[in-house]
Ligand binder design. Structure first.
Ligand SMILES: NC(=O)C1=CN([C@@H]2O[C@H](COP(=O)(O)OP(=O)(O)OC[C@H]3O[C@@H](n4cnc5c(N)ncnc54)[C@H](OP(=O)(O)O)[C@@H]3O)[C@@H](O)[C@H]2O)[C@H](O)CC1
Ligand SMILES: [K+]
Length: 455
């Protein structure tokens, strides 16, 4: 997993490297080199305007300006304030060109925003925000140094209006704001620059899972047997069941549900308790299309009573809301969207990562909080953010597909956190391959190549 670090973790990592004998100036030089290189590749000799703030983010900007000028790029620098750190002052001195006041700066085709990075503590003054907006709006290419100025590093919130960038150079490591909305959508492409600061993180980006294909000793049961419990809206359960099949489960049984499904899907009566207690059954998916009737509640209680690994989604989560959560005895993965999350856990303060972590600890289950920036957290504190996925996934039924994939991952023996991560990755990759205007039904057919990439 690519590490994702908070501002405090980044500062600690930086301090450790400095403690080991590397100067801030050296780190800043490396940061400036990475920015200059990226700007050069991106915009060539297009005239650049670099906006520098008072901290080390601004210092990175002065270094980049000097290095771009050495490459023959016409560079102007505008500052919002005098540098306030020794390293930024040194970088300012080494830049031997003029520094314009930001308020009067004229635009350039390439805008590099080095106003604020991880040290932003409050909203930008309106005059500063307006200048950034005006200059970004008039530029052809926009590059943010470390972070777009105006976003909360750790939670991705916007402290005011923030322009949209084409490229963000994440210095040393990804920060939550590069992946959490709404800020992630403003970063453009995010490139991580290695500046020689090793980081340790409690949070990562969901990575491609390793899912070896079945071996000669495998059979349909050893590959994972999944039960999908249907209900009022059979289409959703069929989507989940088909996705579980296509995600590599060896045997998928649909309990209840209407007509129309692959012939390879085994059909069971919704109340078939014996089949649900089959010792070969490895995981139960319940929620998609379940409904909230008494029958649905009974089906949920039966599923909970089996003590088998569970994927709880949609109506199963709504049925659990408003009563004390059961004690889960087997790996359990909950996949709420924001509405279901609120119903289940109430209002929790903090970033999406903090909220998911707290909910997971409270539930004693892995919580995968869905959205354009899906976050997964385990009760033991492990957490990850999904890589950016196509916005076309925002359509009916895609959550049911995710539930089915996750069911297959649980059934093949992954723990609930790894199962959720693998499902997120496969789901996103299948969506990329399905392309624009996808419908949930399309995803299943793209799971085969997505899975093949994990072998
Ligand atoms: N990670 C690394 O190893 C390296 C990162 N580098 C770069 O350094 C920045 C972080 O630098 P830092 O100096 O800590 O912070 P900033 O440059 O983001 O800004 C801090 C200064 O800005 C003032 N501030 C904060 N918010 C505002 C605001 N809304 N309006 C005006 N001024 C603001 C703050 O002042 P305070 O009053 O809050 O004290 C600071 O003066 C990181 O992002 C990287 O770009 C280094 O290059 C080295 C390696
Ligand atoms: K910035």
């Amino acid at each position: 997993m690519k590490p994702i670090v908070t501002a405090a973790e980044m500062r600690a990592a930086e301090a450790a490297v400095i403690g080991g004998g590397t100067s801030v100036e050296t780190l800043m030089e490396r940061a400036g080199e990475a920015i200059a290189e990226a700007a050069w590749r991106y915009a060539g000799t297009a005239p650049a305007l670099i906006l520098c703030g008072p901290g080390n983010n601004g210092g990175d900007g002065y270094v980049a300006g000097r290095l771009l000028r050495e490459r023959g790029v016409p560079v102007r620098i505008a500052a919002s304030a005098e540098p306030r750190t020794d390293a930024a002052r040194a970088a300012r001195v080494a830049w031997d060109g003029p520094v314009e006041p930001l308020a009067d700066a004229r635009p350039a085709p390439l805008l590099i925003d080095a106003l604020f990075g991880t040290g932003l503590t409050r909203p930008l003054d309106p005059s500063l925000g307006d200048a950034l907006d005006r200059l970004a709006g008039a530029a052809r290419y926009r590059i943010a140094v470390d972070l777009p100025s105006g976003v909360g590093t750790d939670d991705g919130i916007l402290l005011g209006p923030v322009p949209r960038f084409d490229l963000t150079i994440a210095l040393g490591a990804l920060k939550p704001a590069h992946r959490l909305q709404p800020s992630a959508a403003l970063c453009g492409r995010v490139a991580v620059a290695d500046i020689g600061v090793p980081v340790t993180a409690r949070l990562g980006e969901v990575a491609r899972p390793r899912l070896p294909p079945p071996g000669p000793a495998d059979n349909k049961y050893s590959r994972g047997m999944v039960a999908v419990i249907g209900g009022e809206m059979p289409g959703a359960a069929i989507l989940a069941a088909t996705a579980a099949q296509r995600a590599g489960a060896g045997y998928v049984a649909l309990f209840g549900g209407g007509p129309g499904a692959p012939a390879a899907l085994v059909r069971k009566d919704i109340g078939d308790q014996a089949a649900l207690s089959d010792p070969r059954l490895c995981a139960i998916v319940i929620g998609p299309g379940l409904g909230r009737t008494e029958e649905a509640r009974a089906a949920l209680d039966r599923a909970l009573g089996t003590g088998k690994p569970l994927l709880l989604d949609a109506d199963a989560l709504s049925l659990l809301a408003g009563r004390p959560l059961p004690r889960f005895v087997a790996p359990t993965l909950m996949t709420p969207h924001e509405g279901e999350f609120l119903r289940l856990f109430g209002r929790i303060e903090g970033s999406k990562v903090e909220r998911a972590r707290l909910a997971a600890a409270r539930a004693g289950a892995v919580v995968l909080l869905k959205g354009a920036d899906s976050v997964i957290a385990a009760p033991d504190g492990r957490a990850a953010i999904a890589p950016p996925a196509p916005s076309w996934l925002a359509s009916a039924g895609t959550g049911d597909v995710l539930a089915g994939i996750a069911g297959a991952m649980l059934a093949r023996g992954l723990d609930a956190f790894d199962a959720g991560c693998a499902a997120l990755w496969l789901h996103g990759r299948a969506a990329e391959m399905a392309g624009p205007a996808l419908i949930a039904d399309d995803l299943a057919q793209h799971l085969a190549p997505a899975l093949a990439a994990c072998g």
